[in-house]
Write a protein that binds this ligand. Structure first.
Ligand SMILES: Nc1ncnc2c1ncn2[C@@H]1O[C@H](COP(=O)(O)OP(=O)(O)O)[C@@H](O)[C@H]1O
Ligand SMILES: [Mg+2]
Length: 388
């Protein structure tokens, strides 16, 4: 019997459209002999739609018209099954879901929100759990955890909007200790949104104001000079992580922009996400650096306890060959399929491995106790029983 895989995508995130691209690509590459693919599209205002028509990229040209081709549903537990049910009378079951596969990027989705939602429902799901996802999304938490695990990250500092409003001068002073040039980032965004380099105080103030449009938590890092950007994907779970070949990515500007990542052939409407950025696989780097990056990547996945596929991005100073882990993406654009292709793992095989990891975690977790047989409420004795 086929496994029904509910692919969740879209959602209330600045990377909504990128999620649609990643998910439609993935759904069209899943092994249809093993899986029945059930698209579950979340609109920007969190309505849920399903239809086999959602496998076609053309239906997303006008997002307001999704309701004309797909059925609005809710995901819930009914008897012992997880089902998509029509949200209007008559409330009939549209599809059964055996496992959810969220392919969502960014704030409100990839940041643990969707993993939390699926945990509360109790439905098995693929990719990383809440804990890894939260740390994956918050660039500051991530640096703190990685540093604690001996992984090289660039020097950084951070502050909240309230600190800046209260005492702008002391925030600027703290940042300037890093020495210009610095790079200012909203802590919990992605796709280069709101990120700018500052070479002096005036540029710093403007970069901070720009970043504050997106988040109240701001990260400022030292800029890595003579920049070479390298990415490595990791697949598996804490019992067995495997690193992909390393890619070298090229942008058209000082920093890899949203345009570089997703619109390099956008004028023809053919964006492929990170899969279309200028790149070289394998990267033209000494084998000692390849080995080092593979090792750091696996250690970083262990530190966060990731599950499924992730992509880890590095910044290297070409003059000194010093490598820094820039960020770990919990749900990478295009699920990094092009990196696995280079290792003879085709997209179909990659998706099967991710689903297998999700099933394994669900089975392992089901063996752990999550409740006690004794019902404390049966002997609850009013205020006397309240824990002090
Ligand atoms: N410390 C840094 N030094 C130099 N360039 C950087 C630095 N941090 C980020 N960049 C550039 O900015 C881009 C986006 O930053 P990143 O932290 O990866 O944010 P996002 O989550 O939006 O991808 C990177 O791909 C790189 O080109
Ligand atoms: Mg990045």
């Amino acid at each position: 019997m086929k496994i029904n895989v509910g692919v969740l995508y879209g959602g209330n995130s600045t990377e909504h459209e990128i999620s649609i691209i990643s998910a439609v690509q993935a759904m069209n590459n899943m092994d249809t002999e093993k899986y029945e693919i059930v698209p579950i599209y979340l609109t920007k205002d969190s309505r849920m739609y399903t239809s086999s028509k959602l496998l076609d990229m053309d239906v997303y040209k006008d997002l307001k018209k999704i309701g004309e081709v797909a059925t609005e549903v809710i995901l819930l537990k009914k008897d012992n099954d997880y089902v998509l049910m029509k949200n209007k009378f008559p409330f009939s079951t549209v599809k059964k879901i055996d496992i959810a596969f969220p392919i969502m990027h960014g704030y409100n989705t990839e940041d643990g929100s969707i993993a939390g939602y699926l945990e509360v429902l109790g439905i098995p799901y693929c990719e990383s759990d809440i804990y890894a996802s939260v740390i994956g999304q918050d660039k500051i938490y991530q640096k703190q955890v990685l540093k604690e695990n001996g992984i090289p990250v660039v020097d950084y500092t951070y502050f909240y909007e309230s600190d800046y409003l209260k005492d702008e001068a002391s925030v600027i002073k703290k940042v300037e200790k890093l020495e210009y040039p610095v790079i200012v980032k909203p802590a919990r965004q992605g796709s280069s949104v709101g990120i700018n380099i500052a070479k002096n105080k005036k540029e710093l103030e403007s970069a901070i104001n720009e970043a504050l449009n997106y988040d109240e938590k701001i990260l400022v890092e030292k800029v890595v000079e003579n920049l070479c950007e390298l990415n490595c994907s990791v697949l598996g779970d804490n019992s067995n992580y495997e690193a992909s070949p390393i890619e070298q990515v090229y942008g058209s500007d000082e920093i890899l922009s949203y345009k570089d990542k997703y619109m390099s052939n956008g004028s023809k409407g053919g964006s492929k996400g990170m899969a279309s950025t200028g790149r070289k696989i394998p990267a033209d780097i000494p084998s000692s650096i390849t080995k080092k990056i593979e090792e750091i990547s696996i250690n970083a996945c262990r530190a966060l306890n990731t599950n499924g596929v992730v992509r880890i991005d590095y910044l290297m100073d070409k003059k000194t060959n010093k490598v820094y882990l820039n960020e770990l993406n919990i749900v990478p654009g295009s699920l990094s399929f092009y990196l696995w292709n280079a290792k003879d793992v085709n997209y179909k095989k990659l998706l099967t491995k991710i689903i297998d990891c999700g099933i394994k975690r669900y089975r392992d977790k089901s063996k752990k106790l999550s409740s006690f047989e004794t019902n404390v409420l049966a002997t609850f004795n009013g205020a006397k029983g309240v824990k002090k």
